[in-house]
Structure formats: structure tokens, C-alpha cells
Design a protein around this ligand. Structure first.
Ligand code: DX5
Ligand code: ZN
Length: 218
């Protein structure tokens, strides 16, 4: 059985107190940090200098999700800065294998992200080059959207292909993950769960992380 990993997204947390907001999720496995450039997605968040500041104060490893054009150029710096996991989008990368190898050479885990309408099949031969596949369960760009059930078959096909190949690649889901949807994603084969608003809108973020972990492990 694959391990259950909880990676709360700080996207909708209070950026004026990033240290305090990160402390709330110290019981999680990773802090998921969403980098958006207003080109790959219609929203702008933060870039490398802010990620470097987050890395200085985070109690847990950072899982960077790069929603940016030209990750071939920009992604390696996030690994070099100390992000434990760096995920870039398949739709944006020019040379995904070369980039994954660069990330791994920096000591990071390499992740490949797919928008809801992007199929996994063209990438199945590349699975050994990655540590994680991120199946987006909403259109990337904003927190607080609802989970797209139509992505569940892709999660299942991805997990099956990983199993068939005898690989240890994680399958991450991101978008609309909450107590109401996490079991569906886990049953389909996801083992890494990003939850933004579910955690940071909860009265007790730490308890919410534990509740999500329990549901995913059940
Ligand atoms: C959206 C981001 C997500 C976002 C998830 O493009 O990639 O990480 O923070 O937020 P929720 O959990 O609210 O859907
Ligand atoms: Zn994300």
C-alpha cells in the first residue's frame, strides 16, 4: 500500500503572517506552494524570492507547484533554493525529461502536472523520470473551486500504469479536495492530497489535516 501524504496549499492563507500560517500545518507532510505567473494561468501569486522566504521559516518540506510558462528556464532554481518537491506542467514544458533530470540532480523530487483536459497516456513512457504525477482536479489558477469528478478515471489509469510498471511514483490530486471528496480521490489511486480552502477555512487547521489524513487512510 502506498503512503498517504497530506500537502496543504497555503494559497488562501494569510500571507501577512506566513510563518504563523505554516505553523498551523506543521502536522502535515508538505506545505504546497502555488507559483503562478499570470501567463500559464490567469492569476499571479508569488515567485522565487517569496518561496525562499517561506523556505526559511517552514517547519515542513515545501512542495512547489509551478503554474508558469517556460518551466525549463525557471524550475531548477526552485530545487536549488531547497524545495523538496518541484512540479511543473506538462503543457508548458519544452523538454520535460531533461527538466526532470535537472530537478533530480539538484536533489529534489520531480513532479509532472496535468490540467484536467490533458491525458496521461502520452506521458506514460516517462513515468520512470518522475517522482510524482499531479492530476489537477480543478482548472489551475484559483483556490475554492469544486472537485471535477471527471478526472477520477485519469487518476485510476495513472495509478494502474505506475503499478504495472512496478514504479514508486506518487499520484497527487489538487483542487477541491476536502472531507467530501478525498475518499473518492484515494479510492481512485491518489496518495498525495493538496487541500487549500478546506484546511485554511477550517476553524482548526491542524485538526482538519488530521481529519483528511484519517479519511484518506481509511
Ligand atoms: C489551484 C492551486 C491549488 C489551490 C487549491 O490552481 O493549484 O493548490 O490552492 O485550493 P482548493 O483546495 O481550495 O481547491
Ligand atoms: Zn497547487
Amino acid at each position: 500500500r502506498v503512503s498517504i501524504v497530506i500537502s496543504p496549499s497555503i494559497l488562501n492563507s494569510d500571507f501577512s503572517d506566513v510563518r504563523g500560517e505554516l505553523a498551523k500545518i506543521a502536522g502535515a507532510d508538505y506545505a504546497h506552494v502555488d507559483v503562478m505567473d499570470n501567463h500559464f494561468v490567469p492569476n499571479l501569486t508569488l515567485g522565487l524570492p517569496v518561496v525562499e522566504a517561506i523556505l526559511r521559516v517552514t517547519p515542513i518540506p515545501v512542495d512547489a507547484h509551478l503554474m508558469i510558462e517556460d518551466p525549463d528556464r525557471w524550475a531548477p532554481a526552485y530545487a536549488e533554493a531547497g524545495c523538496t518537491s518541484v512540479t511543473f506542467h506538462a503543457e508548458a514544458a519544452t523538454a520535460p525529461v531533461k527538466l526532470a533530470r535537472e530537478l533530480r540532480a539538484q536533489g529534489a523530487r520531480a513532479g509532472l502536472a496535468l490540467r484536467p483536459a490533458t491525458a496521461i497516456e502520452p506521458y506514460l513512457d516517462l513515468l520512470p523520470e518522475f517522482d510524482m504525477i499531479l492530476v489537477m482536479t480543478v482548472e489551475p489558477g484559483f483556490g475554492g473551486q469544486s472537485f471535477i469528478d471527471g478526472t477520477l478515471p485519469k487518476i485510476a489509469r495513472t495509478r494502474q500504469a505506475i503499478r504495472d510498471a512496478g514504479l514508486d511514483v506518487w499520484v497527487q490530486v489538487d483542487g477541491g479536495v476536502s472531507r467530501a471528496t478525498i475518499e473518492r480521490a484515494a479510492d481512485a489511486g491518489a496518495n498525495v492530497f493538496v487541500a487549500g480552502s478546506a484546511v485554511y477555512k477550517a476553524e482548526d487547521a491542524a485538526a482538519e489535516v488530521q481529519a483528511l489524513r484519517d479519511l484518506a487512510s481509511a
